[in-house]
Unconditional design. Structure first.
Length: 599
């Protein structure tokens, strides 16, 4: 097993049965106060313990302009810059912690119709089961409906394709730059354009070339060949030797049976790819309605299809349909996060929040960094299932992926609080790339102050807010983080709540008594002993194992004892090859922190 590295992790979200649903939620009113309702304001001071950056949202970049490097500010009547942390940033940070501490649901924030189809040669199920023994076919629009027809196919050698169309190299245009690449390294779209193929109506001719054990008969394009069919090409992969010829679609061909939702999913999955998809190219640019596909058939039904031989499976589940998010969208009873902060997801029970944040204004004149910081802030995407989905013993049971209805999302994503800000080393080429993010943070020591105003909150709800602000009175040891580059240790902040200590503890105890009763009933353990609170404390603890709090790398150097030398490896692939996954925050040595009970 390898050590899985990540500057972020997840706090598990409760099941629907475990969600705390306030019995007073449907009685909340801004006009009629609770008998024990309280209103007031709390002043809070923030100290940045590492450099902090929140981009100035008032200065929107033009089309060809990079985002500003400046911290969020406004100019006062004297024309002086006044730095501030926006109220929305503070509210989002605090709501996230309240939801975790009160067993609220995981909200489907910006999920929409997000879907990730599996295409992964490091996944044994994909390689051995899903993508093996696929068939070829034509996806054709008939009377406004997509139909799928089977076709025989043949493998043709790439050199014969180049000779047939007299192409040795292809010019690739990237912005204003042009480079000459080999045919083998070109994308499928580049190949079709180079061969001037704009539809699948004109046949090519071919004949037999040679026979390969386990692969079968291989063919070559030949303008005097005895056979004819439609040339189908795909992009570059390692050791790719062949393109394909499909037989032409016959008029009396009978269509195959498949669920029409696969069409919608194919469009959405291919629309998420960075490179322009073949689906988009065929439909929107060439405007053709007869498209070559490969498909998998089980018991007479097509279960998935795609637009290359190693295609992205289009029978995945939508993220919004996986637990625990599915429970959020299908339930009308409000949790504590919704009850306090409001909610608009359900029109029948929309509710305005009862807490209000001011901007956090900088105190004095915090120093802006003399140096511009820069980072490539990309990270593993939600499609990376060893991190984003719950996993258990993948060596024995295989990985849970987005193909499985029973797969569950990990929960609330949070970045580890780190001991110091750091900066990676980059080449000049990387510094000039579009992926590089430049920013000028305020130096550590910057102080801000803001007010949290609350209206008609029950003492329990006020206790929940104070518990989130102070990590249940563990604010001397635990920290929040805020702003950009949290993965690199930026934005670690200390929150100082201006409230009498005994008064603070009174509200914290009121919150803990009731949430503890719920925890004992639903989790059969005290609130402070639940995985939610253990993992939250472990993430908020100032990190010490800095080497582990880095993203896996696409190209990392690692010593190979068998070869006796260093070699470059893809750490994302290595994790899958070792059947490893991201463990719970509290499971890593030295990370665990127990939030203390006040009862």
């Amino acid at each position: 097993m390898t050590t899985v590295k990540s500057p972020y992790n997840f706090v598990p979200a409760p099941t629907e049965d475990q969600v705390f649903k306030p019995e007073w939620a449907n009685q909340v009113s801004h006009d009629i106060p609770f008998e024990d309702g309280e209103s007031g304001e709390i002043e809070i001071e923030i100290t940045a313990e590492t450099p902090i950056f929140i981009r100035n949202g008032h200065k929107k970049p033009t089309k060809n302009e990079k985002p500003t490097e400046e911290f969020s500010y406004f100019k006062d009547k004297n024309g002086q810059k006044r730095y501030f942390i926006p109220a929305t940033s503070l509210k989002g940070m605090l709501r996230n912690v309240v939801e975790i501490m009160s067993f609220s649901r995981l909200a489907p924030v910006a999920l929409g119709n997000t879907i990730f189809g599996l295409r992964d040669m490091n996944n044994e199920d994909y390689k051995r089961k899903e993508i093996s023994k696929t068939n070829a076919g034509w996806l054709k629009k008939v009377d406004g409906k997509w139909m799928l027809y089977p076709s025989n196919f043949y493998k043709v050698t790439i050199p014969s394709v180049k000779d047939y169309f007299n192409i040795q190299s292809i010019i690739r245009k990237t912005g204003n730059k042009e480079e000459k690449i080999s045919f083998n390294k070109a994308t499928s779209i580049e190949k079709y354009k180079a061969c001037k193929i704009k539809n699948f109506l004109n046949p090519v001719y071919f004949d037999e070339s040679h026979f390969v054990n386990k692969t079968g008969q291989i063919y070559k394009l030949n303008k005097n060949g005895d056979f004819e069919g439609i040339l189908i090409m795909f992009g570059s992969i390692d050791n790719k030797k062949y393109e394909y010829v499909f037989e032409e679609l016959e008029e009396d061909q009978r269509p195959l049976h498949f669920d029409k939702s696969l069409i919608t999913k194919a469009l959405e999955i291919n629309g998420t790819e960075k490179e322009k998809s073949l689906w988009d190219y065929f439909l929107n640019e060439l405007k053709i309605e007869q498209i070559p596909v490969f498909y998998k058939e089980v018991n007479g039904k097509v279960i998935h299809f795609g637009f290359s031989k190693l295609y992205r499976l289009n029978n995945a589940e939508y993220l919004k349909d996986l637990e625990p998010v599915a429970s959020y969208t299908n339930n009308k009873e409000m949790d504590l996060g919704q009850t306090i902060f409001g909610q608009t997801s359900n029109e029948e029970s929309s509710l305005k929040g009862r807490v209000f944040f001011s901007h956090a204004l900088a105190l004095g004149s915090p120093k802006e960094s003399d140096k511009v910081s820069y980072e490539i802030l990309g990270s593993p995407k939600p499609s990376y299932y060893p991190f984003y989905l719950k996993q258990k013993d993948p060596r024995n049971n295989g990985y849970n992926t987005y193909q499985n209805k029973s797969s569950e999302l990990r929960g609330f994503k949070k970045y580890h609080v780190q001991g110091q800000a750091k900066q990676n080393e980059y080449t000049q080429e990387q510094k000039d790339s579009e992926s590089m993010v430049y920013f000028r943070p305020l130096e550590s020591g910057a102080k801000f102050t803001f007010k949290l105003r609350y209206h008609n909150l029950k003492p329990f709800e006020l206790g929940a807010l104070l518990s989130a602000l102070t990590y249940h009175n563990n604010h001397d040891q635990l920290r929040h983080n805020l702003g950009m580059a949290k993965s690199m240790g930026y934005g670690r902040i200390k929150m100082d709540v201006k409230m009498d200590s005994e008064n603070l503890k009174k509200y914290l105890k009121i919150f803990e008594v009731e949430i503890n009763e719920h925890s004992l009933q639903k989790f059969n353990k005290k609130w402070t002993d639940t995985d939610q609170i253990k993992d939250l404390g472990s993430l908020a603890k100032v990190g010490t194992d800095y080497a582990r709090l880095n993203f896996p790398k696409l190209e990392a150097e690692k010593f190979n004892p068998r070869k006796g030398r260093k070699e470059k490896i893809n750490e994302f692939n290595e994790i899958k090859q070792m059947f490893d996954f991201l463990k719970a925050p509290s499971d890593y040595p030295g990370s665990y922190f127990q939030i203390k009970s006040l009862l």
